[in-house]
Design a protein around this ligand. Structure first.
Ligand SMILES: Cc1ncc(COP(=O)(O)O)c(C=O)c1O
Length: 337
């Protein structure tokens, strides 16, 4: 089976398993897990912030950020197809009492500064006030688009001009960094917090990091506890995360494989390929996505439905170039059948 559903399906490497077994651990809720502390300080350094917090998932990182930045009853602005809005179970309302103001971005998922400015509401006797702007990079639903650091800066500056803080959902920020050939911290110059997932393309088994100022992370740590995310001997799972943080450059291979898959699928009549910028490839298919995916699964290729006729293929560490070529052959046979 060639599994292209998501970059979350990777299995830990032998060295990650070894690191987990040998990790120096303690009770992290007491701040005594040396491995978690090391992971948090390395993540803070790479993301360009004073401090960071290890969290079980990207979703929890985003939700903690939203609650830490805002007051209940405020509004959060986010892109209409952003993960924080569409795929986090309405957590913004449930955990933080926020009203969401979704705004359409460009077809690459970029929120225009003018749209951000128009979306900000000032608090008064009738209006709740905007408490946070959330950006996403790479933008998953737009097809893993790698938004340039300057575009992130522009959006964040617009929000700051109105006194609104900015969180960057950087679940796949490392992919954006590789695509633009810049360091991770170049994307965070103008934002107040950012998440990075260790368990997607970077291949760790569990976890994400949320980074920000010392005082933000101090408050975020309390919110993590509130949400039940305080972990004990978490060094066991943080140790592979440290290896993941040092393996950012390998994402280049996933991007190349996505381009190879795109080129191969583009040659198949009936498929419309949306050119990939990173490791995510969106393809419009000639029949309803579930029917197409069933046929692919019968041919031992897995992918994900993204819309009625839209399918997502994601390359990752556990699919080689040869596997991608084989997947393309199998998909071709599915389409011609
Ligand atoms: C952009 C983005 N943000 C956040 C998440 C959530 O990450 P997790 O699955 O670790 O909760 C995802 C997951 O795919 C994502 O694509």
């Amino acid at each position: 089976m060639i599994d292209l559903r998501s970059d979350t399906v990777t299995k830990p490497t032998d060295s990650m398993r070894e690191l987990a077994a040998q990790a120096t651990v303690g009770d992290d809720v007491y701040g005594e897990d040396q491995t978690v502390n090391e992971l948090e300080s390395r993540a803070a350094e790479l993301l360009g912030f004073e401090d960071a917090l290890y969290v079980p998932s990207g979703t929890m990182g985003n939700q903690i950020a939203a609650r830490t930045h805002t007051e209940p009853g405020q509004e959060i602005i986010c892109e209409r197809d952003s993960h924080i809005y569409r795929w986090e179970l309405g957590g913004l309302a449930q955990h933080s009492g926020l009203q969401t103001r979704p705004i359409a971005g460009t077809d690459r998922g970029v929120l225009r500064p003018s749209a951000i400015a128009d979306g900000i509401v000032e608090e008064d006797a009738h209006r709740p006030g905007t408490g946070l702007l959330a950006l996403e990079n790479t933008h998953n639903a737009a097809g893993g688009t790698a938004i340039a650091p300057s575009r992130i800066d522009e959006g964040a500056t617009t929000a700051h001009e109105q006194g609104v803080p900015v969180h960057l959902d950087g679940a796949r920020l490392a992919n954006a960094a590789v695509a633009h050939d810049v360091a991770l911290d170049r994307f965070t110059d103008a934002v107040d917090s950012a998440t990075l997932c260790l368990s997607k393309g970077l291949g760790a088994p569990v976890g994400s990091v949320l980074a920000g100022s010392v005082s933000f992370i101090e408050r975020a740590r309390r919110v993590r506890k509130l949400l039940g995310g305080g972990m004990r001997q978490a060094g066991m799972i943080a140790a592979p995360g440290l290896e993941a943080l040092e393996s950012i450059d390998r994402l280049e291979t996933d991007h190349e494989n996505a381009t190879i898959l795109a080129d191969r699928l583009d040659a198949i009549d009936g498929l419309t390929v949306h050119p990939p910028e990173t490791n995510i490839l969106l393809v419009t298919v000639p029949e309803p996505a579930p029917t197409f995916l069933d046929a692919c699964a019968n041919a031992d290729v897995l992918a994900t439905a993204f819309d009625e006729y839209l399918v997502r293929f994601t390359t990752h560490r556990d699919v080689s170039r040869a596997a991608v070529e084989t997947a393309a052959d199998r998909i071709a046979s599915v389409v011609s059948a």
